[in-house]
Design a protein around this ligand. Sequence first.
Ligand code: SAH
Length: 379
Amino acid sequence: MDKSSLIGLDREALRLALAAAGVPEKSAKMRATQVWNWVYVHGARDFAAMTNLARDFRGLLDANFTLARPEVVTAQVSEDGTRKWLMRTGPGIEFETVYIPEADRGTLCVSSQVGCTLNCRFCHTGTQKLVRNLNPDEILGQLLVAKDALDDWPSTAPGRSVTNIVMMGMGEPLYNFDNVKAALAIVMDGDAIALSKRRVTLSTAGVVPMIARAGNEIGSSLAISLHAVTDDIRDVIVPINKKYPLAELIEACRTYPGASNARRITFEYVMLKGVNDSLADARALVKLVAGIPAKINLIPFNAWPGAPYECSDWSQIEKFAEIVNKAGYASPVRTPRGRDIMAACGQLKSESVKERASARQAREAVEQVQSAQLQRMPH
Ligand code: SAH
């Protein structure tokens, strides 16, 4: 039998898993708390590291469970210090994660899906079909791999490297709601990764019916990939707009639970030359978000092979930003990071493709034979 991963289970599921493996009911809760602390505060990668736990208990854990991380296929470092990992958890299940160090913070950009269904015209991930949603252990696994590589344990120590998480990697997090919610609950748990909800941001292209739920059930900060101020243009560059047009999106933001002047909604706006970057667009943008506690983030377009757009000229970005600044939104232009390793916004993509059912069945049959052979081998 395959060992199952304990990563990503909530406390109750962890307790039940331990009980099912033979931990006595009356101590299961206490045991779950101990394991939780080792895994998420101290970053234990195997049960042998849990030195204050009885040897028998560690043996039981080891016989039944794993704390395995995703496999790192490649790890790259940009000339500006940005890091990117390509990770893998199974045949064709490959996804990217980016770490962006800045003077006052370190942000980890995490993927929620392999590929994406949204097809935003300026986004590299949008050219990759959806392979599948990532599971909670795969979403959290990205953070664990990064923290291992950055030597960023224990989670509660001052001066951590990973201070912020943004769900801005591959995929649409609100189309993988339950798994993202499970992973972020552990990220924001004070006895686990312990990042405050202001330091965790979920970005959506505008899955309107899920926005209020995200506020109520996840409670992180919210970013909206706005990118256009009219339905005509947004229909083309962010096609989900045809389903949930601007008026509905803005209304969902207006009523987002938990938004306040202290916790503003971020509106992301990619600068595409001649498409959405006129000064009239800038004026319409500040009008559109008026009355919402908002931050505006202008993102210079990051090119990728075959991209159908160009980045706006710098002088145009400056004029656009000036209008936004004058309306009361401070320094809104996002500095591109990690462009040389294709780690900047919208540049992520993996080679993964959806395996055909017939190919998967054949592979699984071979794997079963192989694992049966391995089990018969003398240890
Ligand atoms: N699906 C979610 C999460 C992806 S976040 C969302 O759309 O919000 C990635 C952010 O980078 C989004 O704001 C996206 O619109 C933006 N982006 C995509 N491609 C880009 C590119 N080539 N240059 C700059 N930003 C881009």
